[in-house]
Design a protein around this ligand. Structure first.
Ligand code: FAD
Length: 446
């Protein structure tokens, strides 16, 4: 049996076989989706390994190729689409010990894939620098996991998402008899972003960095969600206000934010902000215009020390809602900047509070865009797809988070290029097998 041979090769103590550990390492946050939960709950790897060097990793790859054993790369396992769950057993490659910050330069940082983004941001801030973008899971999640499984997050209102020049270079290890280390730069980098690690193992990356900025955090409350959205929209476009985060949640979503309960007002929609202290006056002028009031404030001196507003933004908002009721799930959507209020009105008319609005303002190709992670009260798969279809009918683009198939989620991936890289870099289809669909042109995985 190949597992025994693997133990002989790298040492019994280096192969994790305990059921509870393998089960944990085989899972991510796929249970956000009741559909993915049913499809993936029984999927587990045969074992897991935690290589500490690229040489150790290469040895394991050679073994897997020789024995045709499937490999699934893993960072912190916080992905939401089951993209890190092995569909065909095999070996989990836990890459969290490839965790060196290799070099901090004036304008960029070179890091290994397993570095936690939270530690990276903390280290950079000590050096007078900071990351451009990171997900709300940054305290746990890794550089490799974010680049291969994520999209954007805190900072995206200023710098866009991963595809907007926020990854300068990646080093990829191929899965062949003789694994190669490929240095990928410029346009080619796009083929390795959000690819679920299907076309190579990302071992190193170069990310652009910026000078450290002092960020203050605010929560502003509004009587209606419309006012909160209009405020956020105007603030997001106001170049005089330097910002890192603009996140809007309609009531009752904030009612689930346990740690903020004593600050928030019943029935009010909230906007969570990270802006520079000198922008406070302008921000408050705008807030007054839409009837907003300050509910919470964390000064820049306490940034990332203790409570953070980002813990309630992006997919953390869904997590808090899910804690409240397990039938809470979500969608990922992009509203039309010009028609957002009308689109919301039509959705509310048909689905009432079965769909609860949550927006994250970001820049896409330089344009301010209200992306959305609406909380949805789950009734059935059919009903969920009815909601998705209605969103599309009113012109809202949906990136379906209820599929583990790459390309079906609706991100603008270069699937043809990814498919050809798969054949080249992983000729035996061992890497995260089953995540690239046979037909890449089908829109929804129903
Ligand atoms: P994992 O889940 O371990 O892996 C993600 C994918 O990448 C998997 O397919 C895995 O096989 C592959 N992979 C991992 N490492 C490598 C590697 N070195 N080489 C090749 N493939 C690899 N995402 C966002 O983009 N923005 C957010 O703001 C955000 N907020 C979230 C909030 C919550 C509460 C949760 C649960 C999730 C959120 N996510 C968000 C999704 C996820 O947390 C992030 O994308 C995160 O960066 C993933 O990192 P990870 O280390 O956990 O990756």
């Amino acid at each position: 049996m190949w597992k025994e041979r693997l133990m002989e090769l790298i040492g019994e103590e280096n192969v994790i076989v305990k059921d509870s550990a393998i089960d944990r390492l085989s899972k991510d946050f796929y249970w956000y989706s009741p559909i993915l939960f049913e499809e993936l709950k029984d999927k587990v790897a045969d074992c897991a390994v935690v290589p500490k060097t690229i040489d150790e990793l290469t040895k394991i790859i050679r073994f897997a190729v020789k024995n045709r054993v499937p490999l699934t790369p893993r960072g912190a396992g916080t992905g939401n689409y089951g993209q890190g769950i092995p569909l065909n057993g095999g070996i989990i490659l836990d890459l969290t010990k490839l965790n060196q910050i290799v070099q901090i330069n004036e304008k960029d940082v070179r890091v290994q894939a397993g570095v936690k983004l939270g530690l990276l941001e903390k280290t950079l801030r000590k050096e007078g620098k900071e990351l451009r973008i990171y997900p709300s899971t940054f305290m746990k999640s890794t550089v490799g996991g974010f680049l291969c499984g994520g999209s954007g997050g805190i900072g995206s209102i200023r710098w866009g998402n991963l595809w907007d020049g926020n990854v300068l270079e990646v080093t990829i290890l191929t899965v062949e008899e003789k694994p190669q280390l490929l240095t990928i730069k410029d346009e080619e980098v796009l083929d390795y972003i959000h690819n679920y690690g299907t076309t190579g193992i990302l071992v190193e990356a170069v990310l652009p960095i910026e000078s450290r900025t002092e960020w203050s955090q605010y929560i502003m409350s509004f009587d209606t969600f419309h006012e909160a959205v209009m405020f956020s929209d105007e603030l997001s476009r106001d170049e005089a206000i330097t910002k890192r985060l603009v996140s809007v949640c309609e009531w009752p979503i904030p009612s689930h934010f346990q740690q903020l309960k004593k600050y928030l007002v019943e029935d009010k929609s909230i906007v969570m902000l990270e802006i520079t202290e000198d922008a406070e006056g302008r921000m408050k002028e705008l807030s007054e215009k839409y009837g907003g009031e300050q509910s919470f404030y964390i000064p820049a001196s306490k940034y990332h020390k203790g409570l953070k507003v980002s813990d309630f933004t992006w997919n953390h908002a869904t997590l808090w809602a899910h804690k409240h009721g397990e039938n809470m799930t979500y969608l990922q959507a992009r509203f039309d900047t010009e028609k957002v209020l009308e689109q919301m009105r039509r959705i509310r008319e048909v689905f009432g509070y079965e769909v609860q609005f949550h927006f994250e303002y970001i820049k896409i190709e330089g344009n301010v865009t209200p992306t959305s992670l609406p909380v949805v009260i789950y009734k059935s798969k059919e009903r969920l797809y009815e909601i998705i279809e209605f969103f599309e009918e009113v012109g809202v683009t949906v990136n379906n988070p209820h599929t583990y198939l790459l390309g079906f989620g609706g991100y603008n991936l270069r699937m043809e290029k990814i498919t050809s890289l798969k054949e080249k870099n992983d000729p035996y289809d061992l890497l995260n097998r089953g995540k690239i669909p046979k037909e890449v042109n089908v829109k929804l995985a129903k």
